[in-house]
Design a protein around this ligand. Structure first.
Ligand code: SF4
Length: 352
């Protein structure tokens, strides 16, 4: 099976910037970016990142604000902060990315998946990579009855594939081939089994029940929230607040606001939230935009209002960092995607 798989990969592999000029640092960055994110989305971010931080030392020395700005739009922002911490740890260790799985796993934010990818692709160690694609391929090949979203499945597949990979000469190529097979052939729906190099060894295909695998736990519908935010103006200046590192989207900037309480209108909610978050009294003006956005575990409708400061208090009373900035300075700060939808609706240009 391994021979056919690798032959197929050599013929069908897609060009990717981290494959063309491979180095442990570039593999590390690409693998962190690729977590929960498609290759086509990652490529322009990867190019920009490598241009700004060509070495691990450059990344370690960069300010977090610059890293988050370059990560803006890629999502799962804790990855960027962890990658920064990881670069600092590597520099503290002498500046070379560690070559073995166990040392890699000790780095901040590096789990078994990324450690195995760097150890195998960067250093030829016999460690299997189990990402979402590999989970699906292996579940079908072994006709596994356990739902693949159960946490123990990943570690069981890691153990099973650890045995398989022992007989492979080029473990990095094997891992990339498994992931590429999942992306290009063994797709979530309508896998192209007729052109699959491992069909002979695939139990689900041989049994004619590919559509029944992988098994998944039935999902509940994610909750939906209405959120109101205020673009608080004091003349030409606009108030932005920084999200705490321990929050979702930590380190990014936002406008004050929050969820509607029961029976509240968006206008009432935004006035209350701004007072609670900053101690500022505002007059809620016109609605600027209503945008919808889906996160992995919930979705929101965000109502954005123009608000004017009222009263004499102009300094937010707030634990988090804040700034008064002009609209033209918005591009210097990293904001979540939902905010960019507001900027688009208001025709504010925030990307160079
Ligand atoms: Fe996936 Fe079909 Fe190949 Fe099995 S034969 S690994 S189901 S593409």
């Amino acid at each position: 099976m391994n021979c056919e798989l690798i032959k197929w990969f050599e013929k069908n592999r897609r060009a990717m910037p981290w494959r063309e000029v491979a180095s442990p640092y570039r593999i590390l960055v690409s693998e962190v970016m690729l977590q929960q994110t498609q290759v086509v989305t990652v490529i322009p971010y990867f190019h920009r990142f490598m241009h700004a931080f060509p070495t691990v030392a450059d990344l370690a020395a960069a300010p977090e604000e610059q890293i988050l700005k370059l990560w803006e739009g890629l999502g799962y922002y804790s990855r960027a902060r962890h990658l920064h911490a990881c670069a600092k740890a590597i520099v503290a260790l002498g500046g070379e990315v560690p070559s073995d799985f166990e040392s890699l796993k000790k780095l901040p934010g590096i789990g078994a998946y990324t450690a195995a990818a760097v150890a195998s692709i960067g250093f030829g160690q016999k460690m299997p990579v189990v990402d979402g694609n590999v989970l699906r391929v292996w579940a079908r090949m072994t006709m596994d009855e356990t739902p693949i979203d159960m946490p123990k499945v990943k570690s069981r597949y890691f153990d099973e594939l650890s045995e398989v990979i022992q007989s492979v000469d080029s473990p990095g190529t094997f891992n990339q081939a498994m992931m590429e097979l999942g992306s290009l052939v063994c797709k979530p729906s309508e896998p192209d089994c007729g052109n699959c190099p491992v069909a002979k060894w695939c139990k689900a295909y041989q049994a004619g029940c590919v559509a029944d695998y992988p098994k998944k736990t039935p999902k509940k519908k994610p909750p939906h929230y209405d959120v109101a935010v205020g673009l608080v103006y004091d003349d030409d200046n606009l108030l932005i607040l920084k999200r705490s590192d321990d929050q979702m989207l930590g380190g990014l900037w936002e406008f004050p606001g929050g969820k509607l309480e029961e029976g509240e209108t968006p206008q009432q909610a935004v006035k209350r939230e701004i007072m609670e978050e900053t101690g500022l009294l505002v007059k809620v003006g016109k609605k600027l935009a209503v945008v919808k956005h889906a996160y992995s575990h919930f979705s929101i409708t965000m109502h954005a209002f123009r608000c004017e400061l009222q009263g004499d208090v102009k300094t937010p009373n707030c634990d988090r960092p804040w700034h008064w900035i002009t609209e033209s300075q918005l591009k210097d700060y990293a904001f979540p995607k939902a905010n960019h939808k507001i900027f688009s609706a208001m025709k504010i240009v925030v990307r160079d």
